[in-house]
Design a protein around this ligand. Structure first.
Ligand SMILES: [Zn+2]
Length: 186
């Protein structure tokens, strides 16, 4: 509840910010409060501000949410699901079990030329390690596929890997939370 969902001026979710930053933005007039935590206030000697849960920029921003490229980000983009067999391993808590998952180079490194691979589905050459050439794979699919393309291994991908869209980015950020805060749900 110490984090705040920041929306763009058109109410598209943009990013998750610290509550202190949200308060600064509210006080400077950069954002409007969209939702607050019930009966909670940020207090100072001269102020009792409803505790922000969701804020929206007053002026439209062309910035987009961003995520760092990492194995966790790849798993989150793919909803912690193997791109080949569809397995989504979970812990007893219901959280994804990332230890069962790997990051697979769809066109394998072994087939790269000068660090680049050709993606037939986008018809372009890309760096071997990039969003469009990596997929989440369970350990057994990764071992089975080995240094082969999906076609060579006869293991078609269920979804072609993509650069995360704005919607993906938000989903990826939310996947870090144990639970989506209730005021964010609408
Ligand atoms: Zn699998």
């Amino acid at each position: 509840m110490r984090q705040v969902l920041q929306l763009n001026a058109d109410y598209q979710p943009l990013k998750i910010i610290r509550w202190q930053r949200a308060v600064e933005l509210v006080l400077s007039g950069g954002v409007v409060q969209v939702a607050a935590w019930p009966n909670q206030f940020v207090r100072s000697p001269s102020l009792a501000l409803p505790w922000p849960a969701v804020v929206a920029l007053r002026r439209f921003s062309v910035q987009r949410g961003r995520v760092r490229f990492s194995s966790r980000s790849v798993h989150a983009r793919d909803n912690f699901t193997c791109g080949y067999c569809g397995l989504r391993p979970t812990l007893t808590t219901g959280r994804p079990d990332r230890h069962q998952l790997t990051v697979d180079h769809v066109i394998p490194r072994a087939q790269a030329r000068e660090g680049k691979v050709y993606l037939p589905w986008t018809r372009k050459w890309v760096n071997t390690t990039c969003w469009e050439n990596v997929s989440t794979a369970c350990r057994s699919c990764n071992a089975r596929k080995a240094d082969r393309t999906p076609a060579q291994a006869r293991m078609p991908l269920r979804i072609f890997p993509r650069v995360p869209t704005q919607h993906d980015v938000l989903r990826m950020l939310l996947s870090r939370l144990v639970e989506v805060p209730e005021p964010w749900v609408p």
